[in-house]
Design a protein around this ligand. Structure first.
Ligand code: ASP
Length: 364
C-alpha cells in the first residue's frame, strides 16, 4: 500500500482473512467472463441492496423464485417499492429536488446474460426511472437517455407524468434555498453541512438504492436508482445512471453498485473496478475496500482543487460499494463510519436481514 497505509486507511473487514485466503485458492475458471456457465457453488436466489432496500431484496428474491423473473427485472421491480415511497427522500417520489425545486431522477440497470444495459438521467415527472431504464435496455440499442428525451420516451411507453415533489421535500428545499450561497457550487460534500449549522439537522444530501440479484442459474442483474445529490445544478447526473460507475455486472464474475458521492464513483469507474477485482480473485468485501482505497488516493490528489475532499487523513465524503459474486458470496464496504455502523440488505435462503459493511476509514 502506498501513502494511504501511513494515513488512516485500515479497511476493517467483516469477513476476516480466512475468506480472502480461501477465495484466492478458487479455480480461476469460475471468474472468467468467457465461462458463464452456472458454477456448482451458486447458492440459489439471492439479492443484496443498500440499507434502505430490505423490502427490495425480499421482493426481488421472491419474484425470481416464484415467477422465474430474470434477475435484472426482479431488481428493478424490487426498487420500485422505494421509488414509490414518499418517506425515502433520496429516491423517486419524494426525492429531494434540484436547486430549482424540480425532482430529477437518475437510474440504470444491467442484465448479466445479455451484457446489455439501459439508463435514464435527469428524468422529470416519472416515478419509476428504473423501469424506464429497463425499457431503454430492452427496446432500443441505446444505453443513455437524458432529460426531456428520457421523459418523452417514458410517456410514449405509457408512464404517467406526475409531480414528484412532496410537501415535506418542498419545505426542505425552501429552507435550503433561503440559506444558500449563490456562488458556492462546491457545497455540500458531507452528510451534513458543518459550515452551516442551520442545515446540520437536515437529512443527508445523498441517497440512492442499489440492488444486485442472482438466480439459481447463476445469472446476474442489477439496478441503481436515485434522486441524486440534493439541490444539484439542474441537469447534473451522478454515477447512478452511468454503467461502470453506479452499477456494473459481468455474468461470468459478479455484480456491483455504489451509493454516496457520485462524482467519486464516476472518477474511479468504481463499480467496474469492484467487478474486475472480483475477477482477479478478491472476495466481494475485499473488492469494495480496494475500490474505496483507489477513490481515497484519487481524492487526496483532487483535494488540491477542492480541499474538502480530503480531511484529517481521510476522504471528506461518504461512499459505499456493494458486491455480489457469481457463486453467491456478497459483501459491502463504506468509506467512513464507526465500525459496525453501516449496513446493507441481503435476502437469501438464510432470510432477509441487514448485514454489516466493512469500513475503509473507521471513525470513533
Ligand atoms: N450516488 C448518487 C449521486 O451522486 C447519490 C447517492 O448515492 O447518495 O447522484
Amino acid at each position: 500500500m502506498s501513502d494511504l497505509s501511513r494515513r488512516r486507511f485500515l479497511g476493517v473487514t467483516t469477513a476476516g482473512l480466512a475468506a480472502g485466503a480461501l477465495n484466492r485458492n478458487l479455480p480461476g475458471s469460475a471468474w472468467d467472463s468467457e465461462n458463464s456457465t452456472p458454477t456448482p457453488a451458486a447458492k440459489g436466489f439471492l439479492a443484496i441492496a443498500s440499507a434502505n432496500g430490505i423490502g427490495t431484496v425480499a421482493k426481488a428474491r421472491k419474484l425470481m423464485m416464484e415467477q422465474n423473473m430474470r434477475p435484472v427485472s426482479a431488481a428493478v421491480q424490487g426498487v420500485a417499492l422505494v421509488e414509490a415511497d414518499p418517506n425515502d427522500i433520496s429516491v423517486g417520489y419524494g426525492g429531494l429536488p434540484n436547486e430549482l425545486g424540480v425532482v430529477q431522477l437518475d437510474s440504470a440497470c444491467m442484465d448479466g446474460p445479455t451484457h446489455n444495459a439501459g439508463s435514464v438521467g435527469a428524468i422529470e415527472d416519472i416515478m419509476h426511472p428504473a423501469q424506464v431504464a429497463e425499457l431503454v435496455m430492452d427496446r432500443t440499442d441505446h444505453i443513455n437517455l437524458v432529460g426531456a428525451g428520457a421523459r418523452q420516451f417514458a410517456l410514449d411507453y405509457g408512464f404517467q407524468a406526475e409531480n414528484l415533489l412532496t410537501e415535506r421535500t418542498r419545505k426542505i428545499w425552501l429552507k435550503w434555498r433561503s440559506q444558500r450561497s449563490n456562488d458556492d457550487r462546491l457545497w455540500p460534500l458531507q452528510d451534513t453541512n458543518p459550515a452551516d449549522p442551520a442545515l446540520a439537522d437536515e437529512p443527508r444530501p445523498w441517497g440512492t438504492i442499489h440492488c444486485s440479484a442472482l438466480n439459481d442459474q447463476a445469472d446476474l442483474g442489477c439496478t441503481t436508482t436515485t434522486s441524486g445529490l440534493a439541490f444539484k445544478i439542474p441537469g447534473r447526473i451522478g454515477d447512478s445512471p452511468l454503467i461502470g460507475c453506479g452499477l456494473y455486472c459481468d455474468n461470468g464474475v459478479g455484480s456491483a453498485g455504489a451509493t454516496g458521492r457520485g462524482e467519486a464513483a464516476i472518477m474511479s469507474g468504481g463499480s467496474w473496478l469492484v467487478v474486475e477485482r472480483m475477477r482477479g480473485g478478491d472476495t466481494p468485501e475485499e473488492a469494495c475496500l480496494y475500490a474505496l482505497r483507489r477513490v481515497a488516493e484519487q481524492s487526496e490528489r483532487a483535494a488540491r482543487w477542492q480541499p474538502a475532499l480530503w480531511k484529517d487523513g481521510a476522504p471528506g465524503f461518504g461512499l459505499t460499494f456493494y458486491a455480489l459474486r457469481k457463486d453467491g458470496l456478497f459483501g459491502s464496504a463504506s468509506m467512513l463510519g464507526k465500525p459496525g455502523s453501516r449496513k446493507f440488505a441481503v435476502a437469501n435462503a438464510d432470510g432477509v436481514r441487514l448485514e454489516t459493511c466493512a469500513i475503509a476509514f473507521p471513525t470513533n
